[in-house]
Ligand binder design. Sequence first.
Ligand code: CUA
Length: 159
Amino acid sequence: MHFHKYEKIWLTFGIVSLVLFLSIVGFTAFGSGHGHHQPTGGMDQIDPEMVDQTPPFNEPGVKQIDEDTYEVVMVAQAFGYEPQNVQVPAGKKVTFKVTSTDVVHSFSIVSTNVNMMVVPGHVSTKEYTFDKPGNYLVICNEYCGTGHHFMKTEIEVTE
Ligand code: CUA
């Protein structure tokens, strides 16, 4: 008789555990599935054919945000970067926002850690503070066609 009682207890315990386990699994799956559908940031997406009409790319170039912050908006396309003659001051935080209107390029500032892949349909963002004034070479590190090796520009960092 005692055995029968214990069996019932174990059976109940087993069923309760199973239900708990399934609901945890279900909840986790639902939770992560839901997470995957969240966009990683509203600013990331852009229509590559509407770049020149989509803020901030409708006004490319250098913009002073506040005393210590600048924004540089640039477009990569075969085989160069627009606009040219970008000038930013040393010692200020610069947020680069770059997109492509055609194929995959990169926006890589030599001897800095700015090395972004630039993909059509996406806005690549990177913050950087230039410590020293000078001319900084920007090159494309992604093979993008016959003009790839000539795809470069310069950023002038002033005092
Ligand atoms: Cu653009 Cu390589």
